[in-house]
Design a protein around this ligand. Structure first.
Ligand code: UD1
Ligand code: UDP
Length: 374
């Protein structure tokens, strides 16, 4: 029996790893162990509760206003003893957080093989997103198995000299996750407030945006909302206190936005599915909204989700106030542009990524996810 340890620590990692935990647990070929670093606490627990996963290990490292040093040091200090005790055959990590980075370093020091889920995303700008681009590039140097969501990610890994035999195009597990969450009969009091208005869905949290860029993003959004009383915005805010203080300052007194606490994943996906359009700097939201035909304005200077841009579902609008103001207004006021983005299809997966990853770990030959045209 193969001993597989899955390690994650933040909300988006959990949303994308929990369906895989459940897939592996179904199979008697694996001994499945879950370790959470709890780089996030409440936002992680919301997801664990929904998927009914009780981790075998919880490092419980989160601190208020934690720095990258805090997260890295805490994880390296506390995970060693667990890895030495359990000696898994493979450790599965996800994406590009500091949890994924620190765990990959720990596994490297102990020569434990790593399987990297969501491998190969790149902007090739080491400071954007910060520190995620660095994290994922480093993880790729250390990994044994690469579970790439798309062929484009696979191409990045090949260009960087990774062994073709170890790269598997599986689709993104986020699409698997949405099979659990999206409901046609969903209701919520905030949706009643929105009524027949256009629902604008907003999220923002990136470290490199905190400060002036985030002020600019919010000022632009407010100006457009005030010009468009037919729109109602819902903004589930991140728990980061730095984000909260900027949002409070910029949106105070604005009547057509509701800032709500972080949503659980069911609420979040169902709100996305009912949105008219979305403004975000989130990675995961860029992958989810195209499934619902919801156009996404990406408030960042770069994106690693190039497939969504090519498909026409995402548009990169930067963090400049005038640019966001213009692009957001344009999409609300230009019907043919809206329709063009609305009809783009999701290039990220077919909802069977977890099954493929489990099959690959069992040593089976698996065809790549082929919906994405090279
Ligand atoms: C982290 C990841 C980022 C990912 C994001 C998803 C790193 C460096 N960053 O950024 O890649 O996109 O998660 O949301 O790995 N907090 C709480 N409760 C929570 C979660 C956060 O209070 O459940 C507060 C704490 O004060 C914490 C702060 O938010 O110090 C920031 O959390 P942190 O994980 O350091 O950064 P994120 O911006 O969430
Ligand atoms: N999400 C959520 N509740 C919220 C906001 C986001 O469940 O209030 C989900 C969202 O559906 C997506 C993931 O969290 O699956 C994205 O997380 P985040 O934006 O924090 O991180 P990123 O994807 O940028 O790393």
């Amino acid at each position: 029996m193969k001993k597989v340890m899955l390690v994650f620590g933040t909300r988006p990692e959990a949303i994308k790893m929990c369906p895989l935990v459940n897939e592996l647990k179904k199979r008697s070929t694996f001994q499945t162990i879950v370790l959470v670093t709890a780089q996030h606490r409440e936002m992680l627990d919301q997801v664990l509760d929904f998927f009914r996963i009780v981790p075998e290990y919880d490092l419980d490292i989160m601190k208020d206003r934690q720095t990258l040093f805090d997260i890295t040091i805490e994880i390296l200090n506390s995970i060693r003893i667990v890895l030495e005790k359990e000696r898994p055959d493979v450790v599965l990590i996800h994406g590009d957080t500091t949890t994924a980075f620190a765990v990959s370093v720990a596994c490297f020091y102990l020569k434990i093989p790593i399987g990297h889920i969501e491998a190969g995303l790149r902007t090739y700008d080491i400071y954007a997103p910060f520190p995620e681009e660095f994290n994922r590039e480093v993880i790729s140097i250390i990994s044994r198995y690469y579970f790439a969501p798309t062929f484009l990610c696979r191409d990045n890994l090949l260009r960087e000299g990774r062994n073709e035999k170890n790269i598997f195009v599986t689709g993104n597990t986020i699409v698997d996750s949405m099979k659990y969450t999206v409901r046609s009969e969903y209701i919520h009091p905030e949706l009643e407030w929105v009524g027949d208005s256009k629902l604008i869905f907003i999220t923002a949290h990136r470290r490199e945006s905190i400060g002036e860029p985030m002020h600019c993003m919010f000022r632009a959004i407010r100006r457009v909302l005030e010009k468009h009383p037919d729109c109602k915005a819902i903004y589930p805010i991140h728990r980061n206190p730095l984000v909260r203080s900027i949002a409070e300052e910029e949106f105070r007194g604005c009547g057509n936005i509701h800032i709500v606490e972080p949503m659980d994943v069911v609420d979040c996906h169902n709100f996305e599915s009912r949105s008219y359009l979305c403004l975000t700097d989130s990675g995961g939201v860029q992958e989810e909204c195209p499934s619902f035909g919801v156009p996404v304005l990406v408030m960042r200077d770069t994106t690693e989700r190039i497939e969504g841009i090519r498909a026409g579902a995402l548009k990169l609008v930067g963090t400049d106030e005038e640019r966001i103001y213009k692009e957001f207004s344009f999409l609300l006021e230009n019907d043919s542009e809206y329709k063009r983005m609305h009809k783009a299809s999701n290039p990220y997966g077919d909802g069977n990524a977890c099954e493929r990853i489990a099959d690959i770990l069992e040593g089976k030959k698996v065809l790549p996810w082929e919906c994405f045209e090279k």
